[in-house]
Design a protein around this ligand. Structure first.
Ligand SMILES: *Cc1c(COP(=O)(O)O)cnc(C)c1O
Length: 351
């Protein structure tokens, strides 16, 4: 029998980390920043003129784009903004991945990439990371429809050096290469300077992690003027007003406060390095995280068991029931106090 359902664009959606409704939990499952946004954000929110909300926001997002341009000292024509980097990445998939050849990304990476590929009917191939969960650049030296690399990678936390990304760019001049730098501020090395050299490079970043604004939904991308124009044309063919007024203003204020940004990200890096030593002492194994999380497993206790025992103690981390990584826990770096509680609970669980 014919049914409208035959023609529905069906897709299995991405599952975000849970946002529990209960209070008094230690939430280390979605890589949120444990510190509040820059102080100017609180003040502007208090003083905000709500009567302005009757108007549409600026479709060009000029204020926010200018402030990002100032911070990174780059031409505003090379910047695109969206509703979190998820929106920017999704728009980039739709814009740039339109070939019959498969796009390439690692088997273990941000689990939204294959969802967008399926949604937009983009053929794709997942390239296995090596046994140390590293990307082998040579795996990407072949015919393809585009490349996406999260760097540092998620959920592994491991960074691919910039010269390796440049090798991938050199071998792939005919496709767009997207580098998702959601975590780069926690000790990675941005490939942003390479956009001057490679017209086909799109670098994507976000306010959600290092700038404490996941709830405001602000992401951005850098690329050649040409790439940004193509992205922008698709955006304006889709929804002229992706960014709302508060996000545009509060994002601009957040990125202006360089001192607060440096201070809070350095606190997170310091906490991470301390927690690495403590986890090591407890016998956990993990790669060299350059992010605000640690992806670790314990040789003697199953990931599932540790996950569940932590949960009983109201500590929520992230775990995937997926090949190669089911023993691992992805633990977001919280405040020092939260991490002390985590370590204390882990000691009990492992004893
Ligand atoms: C968190 C994350 C994003 C999405 O962040 P937004 O909140 O949408 O900006 C994109 N890529 C990776 C690898 C992430 O971890």
């Amino acid at each position: 029998m014919m049914s409208y359902e035959e023609f529905v664009r069906k897709v299995i959606p991405y599952t975000p980390g849970e946002q529990p409704k209960i209070k008094n939990i230690i939430k280390l499952n979605t890589n949120e920043n444990p510190y509040p946004p820059a102080p100017a954000v609180a003040k502007a929110l208090k003083d905000m003129d709500y009567s302005e909300f009757r108007k549409y926001p600026d479709p060009e997002c000029s204020l926010l784009v200018e402030k990002i341009a100032d911070f990174y000292n780059i031409d505003s024509k090379k910047i695109f903004v969206g509703v979190g980097s998820d929106d920017v990445l999704s728009m980039a998939f739709l814009t740039f991945f339109n070939s019959d050849k498969p796009i390439l990304f690692p088997d273990i990476t941000y689990s939204f990439y294959d969802v967008w590929a399926k949604l937009y009917r983009i053929p794709y191939e997942q390239i296995p990371l090596n046994d140390d969960f590293e990307i082998e650049p040579a795996d990407y030296f072949r015919s393809n429809g585009g490349i996406v690399i999260a760097n540092p990678n998620a959920p592994t936390g491991i960074m691919l050096p910039n010269d390796a990304i440049e090798q991938i760019l050199q071998k792939n001049p005919d496709v767009v290469v997207i580098v998702d730098e959601a975590y780069v501020d926690f000790g990675g090395e941005s490939v942003l300077p390479l956009i001057e050299k490679y017209e086909n490079l799109l670098v994507v970043q976000t306010f959600s992690k290092s700038r404490s604004m996941a709830g405001m939904r602000i992401g951005f991308a850098f690329g050649s003027e040409k790439l940004i124009k193509y992205l922008s044309d698709v955006k304006f063919s889709f929804n002229s007003y992706t960014m709302n007024q508060p996000s545009l203003l509060l994002g601009a204020l957040a990125i202006e406060d360089k001192e607060y940004f440096e201070k809070t990200r350095n606190m997170i890096i310091a906490t991470r390095e301390r927690v690495k030593l403590q986890l090591k002492e407890l016998g956990f194994v993990f790669g060299d995280s350059r992010t605000n999380f640690i992806f670790a497993k314990h040789p003697e206790k199953s990931g599932k068991e540790i996950f569940e025992k932590l949960r009983e103690k109201s500590i929520i981390v992230r775990r995937w029931d997926a090949p190669r990584i089911s023993e691992y826990l992805r633990i977001t770096i919280g405040t020092d106090e939260e991490m002390d509680t985590l370590i204390a609970e882990l000691k009990t669980i492992l004893s």
